[in-house]
Design a binder for this molecule. Structure first.
Ligand code: PAF
Length: 282
């Protein structure tokens, strides 16, 4: 039977025997509005033979900037619990904001450089919020294995960096992007898209596919590749490009030409909805 708990104290009671015995815990932190991408994380945790697979559902106010979609973010705990159960979760941790950030909370996890680039440049403070909540969730769950999606590529790099820099005893697993049948990367924010923007948003995947195809054909010139991605996205009336970047997979620094493992990332707005996507080429 799957359990749903809302407090750190309840969670602690359930997890204590697992911690004591050293039974492995698999953990997928989420903000809810679960889709197949999240389910792939939970399924992988089960496939990895963790003794317990945990999903957290918490819309983290710290990672939303002023004017962003914190209030609109889809929340349906009952439905999420059902989806998590079907995907193989043994436990859902769904704390309140007061449980995570009680009165007097003033401690944060911050990181330089990696968080200042790409999405960090467009969403000041976002990654400080992500790192702080993920650190806290790791502290309360004490997972052995943590599962994240490659769709949030920069997020996965900075969380891996935090694990390394702060000597956290967690093994990180980054799972491939799960796409809708027409190629759109699954995201809880896709629910905001009207019919027109939903159709227009396909250009992100199409432009990345084109970049991948050009690289496969031998194109190494980053300027040319970026220009082609910009041209394709620019041709879509409702799309407003935030960035197209071609970067080193770990440092996230711009590369001059494509050689070895490289990541092509895009972020664009369709109306008020900001979407991201990426592809790893080698
Ligand atoms: O990727 C997300 O859904 C969130 O950024 C995370 C990792 C759950 C932290 O709130």
């Amino acid at each position: 039977m799957m359990r749903v708990v809302h407090t750190v104290a309840e969670l602690h009671k359930i997890l204590l025997p697992y911690w004591r015995k050293g039974d492995p815990i698999g953990f997928a932190p989420t903000m809810g509005a679960l889709h197949d991408g999240h389910c792939s994380l939970l399924r992988q945790s089960r496939a990895d033979h963790n003794a317990l697979t945990i999903a957290s559902i918490f819309v983290n106010p710290l990672q939303f900037g002023p004017g962003e979609d914190y209030d609109e973010y889809p929340r349906d705990l009952q439905n999420d619990v059902k989806i998590a159960r079907e995907a193989g979760a043994d436990l859902v941790f769904a704390p309140s904001v007061a449980e995570m950030y009680p009165r007097g909370f003033v401690t944060f996890v911050d990181m330089e450089k990696l968080t200042e680039r790409l999405c960090g440049a467009h969403r000041p403070g976002h990654f400080k919020g992500v790192l702080t909540v993920v650190f806290k969730l790791f502290a309360v769950v004490r997972p052995n294995h943590a599962y994240f999606g490659q769709k949030d590529y920069q997020q996965s790099v900075i969380i891996q960096r935090m694990i390394t820099d702060l000597n956290l005893d967690v093994k990180m697993h980054i799972m491939p992007i799960i796409r809708e049948p027409d190629g759109l990367a699954m995201s809880s924010r896709n629910a905001y898209l009207g019919t027109k923007h939903r159709q227009e948003a396909l250009v992100l995947h199409q432009a990345l596919d084109r970049a991948k195809e050009l690289i496969g054909g031998g194109e190494k010139n980053v300027k040319k590749l970026q220009a082609e991605v910009r041209r394709l996205i620019g041709a879509v009336k409702g799309a407003k490009l935030d960035y197209v970047s071609i970067v080193h997979p770990e440092t996230l620094e711009d590369v001059n030409d494509v050689s070895g493992k490289t990541v092509v990332l895009v972020a664009a707005r369709f109306g008020k909805t900001r979407l991201i996507d990426n592809v790893i080429v080698d």
